[in-house]
Design a protein. Structure first.
Ligand code: ADP
Length: 560
């Protein structure tokens, strides 16, 4: 723009300059020609006066004096009588020369033409004298051209100076015009005070600016909203572009894929995780195929869904959704193992029952032993009932299908009641039971707490020594209310301590069976504790005793 303005200005200046010079030259030429004519007329007057005084001799006398003009005297018949520039003998009759012919007829004639005699452009002024002759004074128009040429040098110099000045002025003006435009603050278009002609443009920019700002704000808002949603998602979400570069990845995805906290936007998806399943899923999606697969990262398993995003029939990106299925898989495995274990646990007593019953049916048991056999069947059946009850209880806890209301439970009172229920069993085993502590209230499902206490205390009696004791205490601790069931029994070897809360896990199979254990008691304890958000700590020394502490959160009346 700057260059264009400069060029236009310069062109305008130069055209004006050249036109002015040309017009000036014409005017000057005209002026000089007029001057020459006026001078010639004066000269003619002087020469005429001289001629009247001294006739042709006068002309002869001034022949050499005037170098500028040519003086010619023509007789009435056209014969040239005198010429200060040419030899009259060689000159032809001048009667037909236009200025002379005009002078003969009108008294005065003038013309500008090429001289046949001298050969240059002349201005002729002819005057008829009183004696009828014609005196012609002429001057070469070269004198005008010469005068013009001599001032022409000055004119050209002035012209060059003017051109330089025009260039400088054009440059200066261009800068002056463009400067305010360059200084326009497009961020605040309305605050600029430039040319009035630019006002509509600036208003338009201002409006555009406002609408762009609004759109940007809206976009930022949407982005923020999107980020907030994806950041709070438990599922991992990764969005890739059409060449597999990450557009966005939420924190869950980074954790699942063990990618670390780096910024992955704009990087290839393989920098997040190099797993083959991920690569295959992405490659398939980039070809337009959805897929669902299970991949592992670290020690966890994820269900990976890869879907192509298509626009106008072309794949423009990929959406990856990752679901942590580690727990699901683990519980499925546990369930399968549990089913297998339950079948096994049921089969053993049922086989025994069926055997005893068959013997009785075939009357192969002597009469006095029949009651004993019936007792064994009863025992096995009781074991079975206990097992089935435990299995049902566990399944209920597993499915969380215990929609029972929470109540304030006084743990100390619950412990005392359980102690009373188990008193006869403890007495039979010669075990002393005590309940102690400052007590405390918890929010719980009462019968589940009772079940937890029974299981812990029952184990304390079952796995105790003759004359041992089971001591229950309920104390307030900073983290909540702690229930401790401590016995002086056989203890649990260190290598088994990790596993005793697993289903059907028993340290000593035969001892557990003997004492009517199902192998599910501590699993139920673990479940009930988890249901009440309580923590379990086990301390046990082989041969010395076991202590199991369950810490419940302090009762705040709200649903768990
Ligand atoms: P069980 O019905 O066999 O008692 P549990 O789940 O209650 O099943 O216990 C699992 C195993 O942990 C028991 O078989 C036993 O070997 C061990 N155990 C549990 N409590 C005690 C304890 N107080 N003292 C010693 N061993 C224990």
């Amino acid at each position: 723009m700057k260059r264009k303005i400069f060029r236009s200005m310069l062109l305008l200046s130069l055209v004006t300059l050249f036109l002015s010079v040309a017009l000036l030259s014409i005017v000057l030429y005209q002026q000089l020609a007029d001057d020459m004519k006026r001078e010639l007329r004066n000269q003619a007057a002087y020469v005429t006066a001289g001629y009247y005084e001294g006739d042709i001799e006068y002309l002869e006398a001034i022949r050499g004096a005037d170098r500028e003009s040519r003086i010619t005297l023509v007789d009435r018949d056209g014969t040239v009588l005198f010429d200060n520039r040419a030899d009259v003998a060689t000159m032809d009759n001048h009667r037909d020369r236009p200025e002379i012919a005009e002078a003969f007829s009108e008294g005065e004639g003038e013309t500008i033409r090429q001289s046949d005699t001298v050969g240059t452009q002349y201005y002729y002024l002819a005057t008829r004298l009183v004696d009828g002759r014609v005196l012609r004074v002429s001057s070469s128009s070269d004198s005008v051209t010469d005068a013009l040429t001599s001032s022409g040098v000055v004119i050209v110099m002035i012209l060059i100076l003017m051109i330089c000045l025009a260039i400088l002025l054009a440059r200066f003006e261009t800068r002056r015009i463009v400067k305010p435009i360059n200084q326009i603050d497009l961020e605040k278009p309305m605050k600029n005070k430039v040319y009035d002609e630019l006002a509509p443009l600036l208003i338009r920019i201002h409006r555009l600016h406002d609408s762009v700002e609004e759109q940007m704000q809206e976009l930022a808002e949407r982005n923020k909203h999107f980020s907030e949603i994806t950041e709070s998602m438990e599922e991992g979400l990764v969005i890739l572009d059409e060449i597999g570069h990450v557009v966005s990845a939420n924190p869950s995805a980074l954790t699942f894929l063990e990618s670390g906290d780096g910024e992955y936007a704009g990087r290839h998806f393989s920098t997040m995780n190099r797993s083959l399943s991920l690569r295959n899923a992405v490659e398939a999606a980039l070809l337009g195929n959805s897929s669902e697969t299970v991949m592992t990262a670290g020690n966890r398993s994820f269900q990976l869904r890869a879907n192509p995003v298509t626009r106008h029939g072309e794949v423009s990106g990929v959406i990856l959704l990752l679901l942590d299925v580690t727990e699901k898989q683990k519980s499925e495995l546990q369930r399968r193992e549990f089913t297998a274990n339950v079948s096994h646990e049921l089969k053993t007593p049922l086989t025994a029952i069926s055997g005893y019953a068959e013997l009785l049916k075939n009357r192969m048991v002597p009469g006095d032993e029949a009651a004993d056999f019936a007792g064994r069947i009863f025992e096995e059946a009781s074991g079975l009932i206990a097992l089935v009850e435990d299995v049902i209880r566990l399944s209920q806890l597993d499915e969380r299908s215990v929609p029972e209301p929470l109540e304030e439970v006084d743990l100390l009172m619950a412990a005392r009641s359980v102690m009373a229920r188990l008193a006869s069993k403890a007495k039979q085993a010669n075990i002393e039971m005590t309940v102690d502590g400052s007590g405390g209230l918890i929010l719980a499902v009462p019968h589940l707490i009772e079940e937890l206490l029974i299981n812990l205390c029952d184990n304390g009696i079952k796995y105790n020594k003759e004359g041992g004791s089971v001591d229950i205490s309920v104390e307030q601790v900073p983290t909540g209310i702690r229930l401790i069931v401590a016995d002086t029994g056989i203890g649990i070897p260190a290598e088994h301590q990790e596993r005793i809360f697993e289903r059907f896990y028993r340290v000593d199979q035969s001892h557990s069976k003997e004492t009517g254990g199902t192998g599910l008691g501590l699993s139920i304890v673990k479940h009930i504790a988890a249901y009440h958000k309580a923590t379990i700590e086990l301390t046990s020394l082989e041969g010395q005793g076991t202590s199991i502490a369950v810490t419940f959160p302090i009762a705040i009346k709200k649903s768990l």
